[in-house]
Design a protein around this ligand. Sequence first.
Ligand SMILES: [Zn+2]
Length: 388
Amino acid sequence: MPSFQSYLKEIKSSIQETDVASVRPLVEAPGSATIIDVREQDEYTQGYIPGATWIPRGFLEQRIEDAVPDRDARVILYCAGGNRSALAARSLQELGYSNVQSMAGGYTAWKRSGFPWKVPIVLTKEQELRYSRHTLLPEIGTKGQIKLLESKVLCIGAGGLGSPSSLYLAAAGVGTVGLIDDDVVDATNLQRQILHSTERVGMAKVDSGEKTLRGLNPDVQVKKFRSRLTSENVLDVLKDFDVVVDGADNFQTRYLVNDAALKLGKPVIHASIFRFEGQLTVFPADGGPCYRCLYPEPPPPEEAPSCQEAGVLGVLPGIMGVLQATEVVKLVLGLGQSLAGRLLVYDALKARFRELKLRRDPACPTCGEGVDRSKIQLIDYVQFCAGA
Ligand SMILES: [Zn+2]
């Protein structure tokens, strides 16, 4: 009977090995190879090579076809030191994989060379409980929940729409929620802005919002901006977020958010409310139709409803904000059908949803034919409504 050492030697002579320096450039070129970490969970949670897929050795044969359906694709396997990955490479060869390499020296050599590594996000025991109704859904699972925890969503306005959207995003475990609002809580807000409360009248809305969101879910980091959006700060505020939830109550902010989001390639979940009616749509990151396709020009000030005086059914922003949060979660998880190109109109009095088709306007100044989005000029329209 051969000793383990002679067996391993025989295995290594029958497979291809590569070294850490050859694997290093593949990490920067996604798609060039599938890098598979075959170590056990306790090893993986200490750190892994960025971009690597984790399949513990014991599950490799079972799961490889899902991870790498093409048997001629390039596969790099690594373990801690290069022995288990050599055995794994042999096994994949036997399954018909023709381009498999084992990384000699393994993760230990990788780290010793000073190459980049990451600590994976894994759910803690508390998180497994908190998000169990998500992870039970096969469409979400632990992987989807981790995606949510890694996502960053900006809510424009901590008011009528921002309250329900940010609350549900925080509850869902969106890891970073941004709140931008320069206002303080006012008694007239409490009829609909459920992020705030009676004893917080006079407190900055972003501070009150942070308290509520962190109280609901301590996993959530709240990034606060106590200011108005302007052409000066909008790119800076938006740049670190994956998705923008537009709950602005005025046209100038909506144009600014639209234009800046197109410039940065960020999706916008748009909603607006008026009296008993709400509207909702998604402006996709890759452009069009956008807000300017829907409303090419701001209305003249005399036609814009005076926000201070216009009434709104208090429940209505709740419905529209929750729909916004739903679209965010779908977008982050890549689930279902987006509302891009469709305007959903909700009439609370008739209890009816209608859907209108939105088309990209080829002449749109921000998403039309031949428009270089990086050159979009940001405009501050004259403010004609102080905000409700
Ligand atoms: Zn457009």
